[in-house]
Design a protein around this ligand. Structure first.
Ligand code: COA
Length: 321
């Protein structure tokens, strides 16, 4: 059995805020020059008051199904990677299921921060291999504008809102295509360098994101390099086999370092961080959707995805489109 990526979709809120506008609106002592120079971010999309992780996730899911040519009643499982759920329960996945009119089936949320989409791909394929599902919607959807501290210039400038989705379809015939492997890691000893302090079951904390940027950067460069090697070695593939790197979009400097490590020219690396900022679990499926829609990623291409985030969690996945 192969889990084929049959379709991709994305949703971005209408409101776009440039760096200078952001600084002015929130009274931040920062500049477009600082933000662009350190991160590559020029702007971000911010959700409207009535939008939620489920409403955005449902929009991305509908587009992915339409692009795949798969009817909603064929979906038998929904996994939503998010750390900004509509509510502690019901899950955002159950809300998406109802919103898109999918039939009752398996639906749950998964919390692995910015690595959430890679984790969700792995869990979806495991469900498919176990026989529990044949058609799975994998969604990453986030509203970080509601958990960043808008008075902390070192974090609030880095994030944006959005949703991305893929439809995975089980195939017993197409052995060349689909998800080739996934590699997931977590090390909770580093929990406090990137975290949301507080939550539904917590004893305190304001529910806001805190990050030691320099430390996260240091972990990112070494852990992503290692997990990318792990993915290539597991498939006995040389880095020259990779057609596209679709990385988590946190910082252009990290993305460029990974591209150089793989020996890929910049035009083979899908970049959205300049326009979307860091949309956490949504960033990879949004980037996949963009590159599939504009014709860059074609059937037969080998795509390498990698991410790191709070946990710490990190991982990579290789897929043949
Ligand atoms: N505007 C202007 N100055 C800012 C600023 C902002 N938005 N944010 C921080 N600064 C200042 C700091 O106060 C500090 O000033 P000081 O030297 O006077 O104390 C200075 O810039 C350097 O801060 P530092 O945090 O060391 O900068 P950096 O070069 O490490 O860049 C990040 C900061 C966040 C861009 C960088 O560390 C990073 O990208 N880390 C990884 C983050 C990441 O990927 N997170 C998500 C993982 S999913």
């Amino acid at each position: 059995m192969r889990a084929i990526i049959a379709g991709t979709g994305g949703y971005l809120p209408e409101r776009v805020l440039g760096n200078d506008q952001l600084a002015a609106e929130y009274g931040l002592d920062t500049s477009d020059e600082w933000i662009r120079g350190r991160t590559g971010i020029r702007q971000r999309h911010l959700a409207a008051r009535g939008e939620t992780a489920s409403s955005m996730g449902a929009a991305a899911a509908r587009q992915a199904l339409e692009q795949a040519g798969i009817a909603v009643d064929e979906v038998d499982a929904i996994i939503v990677a998010t750390t900004t759920p509509d509510s502690a329960f019901p899950s955002t996945a159950a809300r998406v299921q109802a919103a898109i009119g999918a039939r009752p089936g398996l639906a749950f949320d998964l919390s692995a921060a910015c690595t959430g989409f890679i984790y969700a791909l792995g869990m979806a394929e495991s469900l498919m291999r176990s026989g529990a599902a044949r058609c799975v919607l994998v969604i990453g959807t986030e509203i970080y504008s509601r958990i960043v501290d808008w008075t902390d210039r070192s974090t609030c400038v880095l994030f944006g809102d959005g949703a991305g989705a893929v439809v995975l379809r089980a195939s017993d015939e197409e052995q060349e295509r689909g998800l080739l492997s996934w590699h997931l890691h977590a090390d909770g000893r580093h929990a406090d360098i990137l975290q949301v302090e507080g939550g539904a079951g917590s004893t305190g904390g304001a529910g806001l994101l805190r990050m030691s940027g320099r430390e996260v950067f240091r972990h990112a460069v070494s852990k992503l390099a290692a997990v990318v090697d792990q993915a290539l070695q597991a498939n006995a593939l040389d880095r020259s086999a990779v057609n596209w790197l679709v990385p988590h979009q946190a910082n252009l400097r990290i993305i460029d370092a990974m591209g150089r490590k793989l020996g890929l020219p910049p035009e083979r690396v899908v970049v959205t961080v300049d326009r979307h900022a860091n949309t956490s679990a949504a960033s990879i499926p949004l980037a996949l959707a963009e590159a599939a829609r504009d014709g860059r990623i074609k059937q037969g291409d080998l795509v390498l995805m990698e991410a790191i985030g709070g946990g710490l969690t990190w991982g990579a996945a290789l897929a043949r489109f």
